[in-house]
Write a protein that binds this ligand. Structure first.
Ligand code: ADP
Length: 620
């Protein structure tokens, strides 16, 4: 025995017993707490017994202490066998094995203590003590072996079946056990047999404290706050107790008075401290419960959201067919060549019904498109596109609507009536070509120009402009927008989430094509700018009063642009000062990189095309 054993052994033994008692006191409601207390105290008694039996000056008790070690070991094995049946959850077998195990351990514990059948005798030699086991020692060996194997197997089963929060607890248990085993093997096998030193072998036993500490932590993990209260209570009790003793040690009345005063102040202060710690703990516990509830609610909401998307998709699909039929027949009814409606009042009513049916059809198609985008099932067919031509086509489709509202559309500083050949002449130096889905990009351009027409009251000019810009410039611009959104209230932060997978959304190449649509319309207040791209978002009453809309156009446009590795944003100097909507697309020269990036995107089956009717010019 070494000198350090004189301190370490009793200390570790006391720590084990103390941890066992603390866990028992603060988790006495659960069986795990009780069983753990038995295990931990048994380890304490085992270490203490082994230590005491080695002290030469009391060698007349050595046999007793050695037998005590086996009492402790019987309880330890019983506890170890029972623990996986109550931790992390109580299994239905626990009830059946509890009493047989208690009776077995108690009986053989007493048997080991009072009979020579487990530990027969001890003889002291010069080199140390020699322990002779009794005739029934096999009972212990078999029991210990069975207990360890069953316990380990059951723990592994528990681990495999555990929920994530239980898994962390079990992992702690396994980590403690592993460290304990590792140290035991190192000191018993490696150091003792290979290095040939006996000096550290007891450290194998001492390492049990690691297992005890880890398991204790795993069991009381959620009640750790309580331990803070005990510590505060102990600290207050120690201070108050020593000050109380001071009172009796006082000699003069002055000392006596001061001690009493100090004691009162310290005790009252301590009382307040404990109260505040308890209050804080309650608060934190409530917070923890709330956080857990919030987590569950969040998971539930996500599930509902998924169900909603599926429902909207299904419902829109079913609705679109009959609504399109209504729209088609109404259009025929109103066409003078196909049918005759004599009554002008009937024509007026039918026209109203027709425009409502068209709006309804567009709304349904928008919803369907949104669910397709959100589920990643929108079919995007990319090919090489001449962007200038595409913009010109879009303008062609929409110009009559602009004429109605006295808006002039200018493209590249030229009148829109510029012909294709003129365009090509203009474009000789600057070619704006991209790789994408022409229909979808056109949809975005029509939507933006359409909005400019819709949200302009006075006659004015709408200019469409394309240019090449460096990618870092766009990245910086987008970063600023994201930072602005992050600093906003929670409701607005929704605007940061994209409906599009990052494989389609990431920037490609060093330059981007930038298409800007600028109007002199009603403008947009600054704080509204990032919100415009949220689903169903419309700016205040003064615009809604002006015209009808759904607040879906820009949301869909954003998704379509992001499906092309681009970004879209809005600028405005404020109400009455016009607005500019800008979006970017990759340059055709970066097609290779783009294809490579998209090849890694998760593949979705049953891709569907953009639902028609899309935002047609006459709907604006
Ligand atoms: P909708 O036009 O159907 O309401 P959008 O998503 O296209 O839906 O637009 C969302 C909102 O953004 C509009 O309701 C409008 O308030 C605002 N907005 C869009 N474009 C402009 C514009 N060019 N000028 C002013 N406000 C605009």
């Amino acid at each position: 025995m070494h000198e350090y054993d004189l301190i370490i052994a009793p200390l570790i033994s006391l720590v084990c017993i103390a941890i066992g008692l603390i866990v028992y006191l603060y988790d006495s409601k659960s069986s795990a707490g009780k069983v753990f207390a038995v295990i931990s105290c048994s380890i304490g008694v085992w270490i203490l017994g082994a230590f005491l039996s080695d002290i030469r000056s009391i060698d007349q008790y050595s046999l007793f202490f050695n037998r005590l070690v086996f009492v402790a070991l019987f309880f330890l094995m019983g506890g170890l066998l029972y623990l996986p049946f109550v931790f992390p959850n109580r299994s239905k077998f626990a009830t059946y094995i509890k009493w047989p195990l208690v009776i077995f351990s108690v009986f053989f514990g007493i048997f080991a203590l009072v009979t020579p059948y487990i530990v027969a005798k001890i003889e002291f030699e010069d080199w140390g003590s020699n322990l002779t086991y009794g005739n029934y020692f096999m009972i212990f060996t078999v029991f210990a072996f069975a207990a360890i194997i069953i316990s380990l197997v059951k723990f592994i089963i528990n681990y495999l079946r555990s929920k994530p929060e239980e898994r962390t607890k079990l992992r702690l248990f396994f980590e403690g056990l592993f460290l304990f085993m590792l140290i035991t093997i190192i000191v018993h096998v490696v150091i003792r047999n290979i290095v040939g030193s006996d000096e550290f072998y007891r450290f194998g036993n001492y390492a049990a404290v690691i297992f005890v500490a880890f398991t204790a932590y795993a069991i009381v993990k959620h009640q750790l706050f309580n331990i803070k209260v005990i510590l505060t209570e102990i600290a207050v009790a120690v201070v108050s107790g020593s000050l109380f003793v001071e009172i009796f040690l006082s000699k003069t009345p002055l000392e006596w008075g001061t001690s009493i005063l100090l004691w009162i102040i310290a005790t009252y202060g301590g009382y307040l401290l404990i109260k505040s710690v308890i209050r804080e703990i309650k608060f934190r516990e409530e917070l923890q419960v709330m956080a857990e509830q919030l987590g569950h609610a969040n998971a539930h909401l996500k599930e509902l959201d998924q169900m909603k998307t599926e429902f909207v998709s299904l419902a829109s699909h079913e609705l679109l067919t009959p609504v399109s039929a209504i729209e088609g027949y109404l259009s025929m009814l109103l066409d003078e060549h196909m049918a005759k409606v004599e009554d002008p009042k009937a024509v007026k009513y039918l026209t109203n019904v027709y425009s409502s049916a068209k709006r309804l059809a567009r709304l349904i198609a928008d919803m369907l498109n949104i669910s397709r985008i959100e589920e990643g099932r929108l079919l995007v067919e990319k090919k090489d596109i001449n962007l200038s031509e595409l913009v010109l086509q879009a303008i062609d489709e929409i110009h009559f609507k602009a004429d109605e509202k006295k808006q002039r559309i200018v493209f590249e500083n030229d009148e829109i009536r510029m012909t294709k050949s003129e365009l090509n002449k203009n474009d000789q130096n600057q070619k704006f070509e991209t790789y994408g889905d022409a229909d979808k990009i056109k949809e975005v351009v029509i939507n933006l120009i359409g909005n400019s027409i819709k949200y302009s009251k006075d006659p004015g000019t709408i200019s469409v402009h394309i240019e090449k810009v460096p990618t870092p410039w766009v990245q910086e611009k987008w970063q600023k927008i994201e930072e602005d959104i992050k600093s906003r209230p929670l409701d607005d932060q929704e605007a940061i989430h994209s409906a599009v997978d990052e494989h389609f959304r990431n920037f490609v190449g060093s330059t981007q094509l930038m298409i800007a649509v600028k109007d002199q319309g009603i403008g947009i207040p600054k704080e509204e700018l990032p919100r415009l791209f949220k689903k169903f978002h419309r700016v205040g009453d003064y615009t809604t009063a002006e015209s009808q809309g759904t607040g879906l156009g820009l949301y869909i446009s954003r998704a379509l642009v992001e499906l092309h590795h681009g970004r879209i944003w809005a600028d405005s100097e404020g109400p009455g000062k016009g607005s500019t909507f800008t979006f970017t697309l990759p340059d055709i020269s970066d097609k290779e990189e783009l294809l490579k990036m998209e090849a890694q995107a998760p593949k979705k089956e049953s891709l569907k095309p953009l639902a028609k009717p899309t935002k047609a010019a006459e709907d604006i």
